[in-house]
Design a protein around this ligand. Structure first.
Ligand SMILES: CC(C)(COP(=O)(O)OP(=O)(O)OC[C@H]1O[C@@H](n2cnc3c(N)ncnc32)[C@H](O)[C@@H]1OP(=O)(O)O)[C@@H](O)C(=O)NCCC(=O)NCCS
Length: 424
């Protein structure tokens, strides 16, 4: 009697693509293998939708009362709602019991913003239902309970971001939050780290004697005259563009020098193949670095996070042979240095790394600093130094673009700006 097909659930919850703007494919991913979760579903008996469970789980995650209250207030939506309960059970079962749904699948789930889904809080309830799963998974690896709980604070971080942007409680970025609940991301102090392959067609080499690091783009990459990949920030130029060379000939490697300031240059450097070893290329395993929106990024705290990561990952994930730390963000756009004071956290941070340009780089700074992808330059708030700087550049017709970095554990000397010192 309590059997519902996924088709029925979709209808019941008004899940049609037209209404919730999600694509039909994304919705189908959500309901994949629907029948597998059928037998174990118990209507009106799921503990995860009780106030007691949710409240205790939020307390364990040290959630602020307002965020906890928002989730608790959403719970009545489940009351006697067979379709909503059935859907929650299905995703809980597939992710935390069968374990056949991955973070990549969850990234493709639809954004559920209608009221019946509590503006995405449905996914918050789902994540809380996996608390035992992630605690056990991490404990099995020997990871400290405190690290697990701190890592899971990402749920609250993204709820708060939603609240700041949309002025009501909710949750988006469920695909991202899933990393923390599936053991695919760890917060170590101020920063988060996540296993990811290096994603750019560039190679890094290290000098065997003096330890210098140099980064070259692969052969044949097209750059603009400003040293950015052609097409970056949506601008494709025809005049002054150039193609990179990477060639090994007669015992030497010839490559276009990428300055640690994130700019590819037309200067071809010649390095002796016997004296330099390749230390990174595309698809090599790395740890990507992330800066959650939990307040200022104190420079010393960020350094401490790297120190912890350098110890943590080889200890708890020895099978994962990472080559480097990598990141891509608005935070490393070299143009920021023209606008922000040297003592700002953002500038101190970016100077520590070997910054490199990214192909097809977009601009995420408006979302991160103003809460929207598109802003009106005339009315956007100029209420702090960062916002003023971002707008000053845009006012002049300038474009911001995300930039990446590579950083090697061997070079860890926080505050040392080691790559700039190697080349300037
Ligand atoms: C990255 C981040 C922690 C830097 O913050 P910070 O340490 O305060 O940065 P700085 O010290 O360089 O800059 C301080 C100034 O910028 C302002 N500022 C910093 N980040 C801001 C943001 N995201 N939105 C609006 N203003 C911001 C501060 O209020 C301060 O203004 P003031 O000088 O007038 O007092 C912060 O921007 C943030 O949380 N961003 C969201 C998360 C993010 O972008 N992560 C990276 C994505 S991979």
């Amino acid at each position: 009697m309590n059997k519902l097909s996924f088709e029925e659930v979709k209808k019941e919850l008004k899940f049609e693509p037209v209404e919730n703007k999600a694509t039909a494919e994304a919705i189908n991913i959500l309901g994949r293998d629907w029948e597998l979760s059928e037998k174990t579903f118990k209507y009106n008996e799921m503990v995860f939708i009780t106030e007691n469970y949710v409240s205790a789980a939020c307390d364990e995650l040290k959630m602020i009362p307002e965020a906890k209250g928002a989730i608790v207030q959403y719970l009545p939506a489940f009351k006697d709602n067979l379709a909503l309960q059935r859907l929650l059970w299905h995703i809980h079962y597939m992710v935390f019991v069968e374990c056949t749904v991955t973070q990549k699948d969850i990234r493709n789930w639809p954004t559920l913003t209608t009221d019946i889904f509590g503006k995405g809080l449905f996914y918050a309830v789902f994540f809380l239902s996996g608390l035992d799963y992630i605690k056990k998974l991490n404990a099995k690896r020997g990871i400290a309970y405190a690290v697990t709980i701190d890592t899971l604070s990402d749920l609250e971080t993204w709820m708060k971001t939603y609240k700041n942007n949309e002025e009501s409680w909710g949750l988006y970025m469920q695909g991202w939050v899933a990393n923390a609940f599936l053991g695919g991301l760890y917060k170590l102090g101020r920063l988060q780290f996540k296993p990811d392959p290096f994603f750019i067609d560039q190679k890094a080499y290290r000098n065997k004697k003096d330890g210098r690091v140099i980064v070259f783009p692969y052969d044949g990459q097209e750059f603009r005259k400003d040293g950015q990949y052609n097409g970056t920030d949506g601008i494709t130029e025809t005049a002054g563009t150039w193609k990179s060379k990477l060639e090994v000939k007669d015992g030497y490697i010839y490559g276009n020098f990428i300055s640690p300031r994130g700019i590819a240059t037309q200067e071809v450097k010649k390095i002796a193949a016997a004296e330099w070893e390749q230390i990174l290329q595309r698809d090599d395993l790395c740890y990507s670095v992330h800066i959650p929106a939990t307040g200022p990024m104190d420079h010393a705290q960020c350094g401490e996070s790297f120190r912890q990561a350098i110890e943590f990952f080889p200890k708890y994930f020895p099978e994962y042979k990472s080559k480097a730390f990598i990141c891509d963000s608005w935070l490393f756009d070299p143009q920021l240095e023209e606008y922000l004071p040297a003592e700002s956290n953002v500038i101190k941070f970016l100077k520590e790394f070997y910054n490199v340009p990214m192909p097809d780089a977009v601009n995420t700074v408006f979302f991160r600093v103003f809460g929207k992808d598109k802003i009106d330059l005339k009315t956007a708030p100029r209420d702090n130094s960062l916002r003023k700087a971002i707008l000053a550049h845009a006012d002049k017709g300038g474009h911001w673009r995300d930039t990446a970095f590579v950083y090697f554990a061997q070079d860890f000397k926080w505050g040392g700006q080691v790559y700039r010192k190697m080349w300037e």
